[in-house]
Design a protein. Structure first.
Length: 271
């Protein structure tokens, strides 16, 4: 009897937590399809409309430009960060050099620094270089943020790969780069893909640096939500429509992570 009660209590707790987590997201999706009058109502009886999505892409909101900025910044960051991080992770994993552990800790320690502490130096540097309100500035900042994290993730996958095949290939005359290309990368591919998705999500959701370093031309989607606070108050219907545009790619990325995460965790297993 006690076991049955415990089973039901666990299920009830899981349902309660799910409702608490998913309710704001579900309400945002509903509000995105409401008219301005219905957006302030708690009623579920309303006529759905797509006008909000049309409005946010029109002047003066111009959400399309923000979508383009976010896609370019996130994609370029992933394209640069992941290959560099993979090579760095391989070096940390395979080469036994003096100070390796300290250097790896030094790389990871950058993740412990609050973003608000370093945003001002970045602002001053980019102002001197004439890079304020540019995608280049955002890419540089995001590379500094996500690269240590990706190095740490990929290193964990490479550490799990046995070195026997690499040593055999090098004995047969293969170069180190050939070993990385033909042996390490194919085996670690699921882990690298998972790391790439995390890298994209972190860059896509970045807010503080985008808020401080952009004004008009390089504004990204998370910062664009602030624009929907006007004289008549928060435009919840438009803010929710923009929120859907931000959230949908993240849901897609989450599905990809779910599919490949287990494969990534076992990427180094002996088969």
């Amino acid at each position: 009897m006690t076991r049955i009660l415990l089973w039901w209590a666990e299920r009830a707790l899981l349902i309660l937590i799910s409702v608490i987590v998913l309710f704001p997201i579900a309400w945002m999706f509903l509000t995105a399809f409401k008219s301005p009058r219905d957006a302030y109502s708690l009623s579920l009886d309303f006529t759905p409309t797509l006008n909000n999505f049309v409005t946010v892409f029109a002047h003066p909101w111009n959400l399309g430009d923000m979508v383009l900025n976010s896609v370019i910044v996130a994609s370029v960051t992933v394209v640069i960060a992941v290959p560099c991080a993979a090579l760095a992770a391989y070096s940390f994993s395979r080469f036994r050099v003096r100070g390796r552990k300290f250097l790896f800790f030094l790389v990871l320690s950058t993740q412990f620094i609050p973003a608000v502490v370093i945003v001002l130096p970045f602002f001053l540097m980019f102002r001197q270089l004439g890079l304020l309100d540019t995608r280049v500035a955002l890419i540089i900042v995001n590379l500094a943020i996500v690269t240590p994290f990706v190095i740490w993730m990929i290193k964990g996958y490479i550490d799990a790969i046995p070195t026997d095949s690499e040593e055999a290939a090098m004995i047969d005359g293969a170069s180190r780069l050939r070993v990385i290309k033909d042996i390490v990368l194919p085996v670690a591919a699921p882990g690298i893909l998972t790391s790439s998705i995390f890298c994209f999500i972190l860059t896509w959701n970045e807010f503080l640096f985008s808020l401080i370093l952009t004004r008009r031309d390089a504004v990204t989607l998370p910062v664009g939500l602030v624009n929907f606070r006007t004289e008549r108050g928060d435009l919840w219907e438009l803010m929710s429509a923009a929120g859907v545009m931000i959230t949908v790619p993240i849901f897609i990325m989450a599905l990809l992570i779910q599919k490949h995460f287990t494969r990534g965790m076992t990427a180094g297993a002996v088969k």
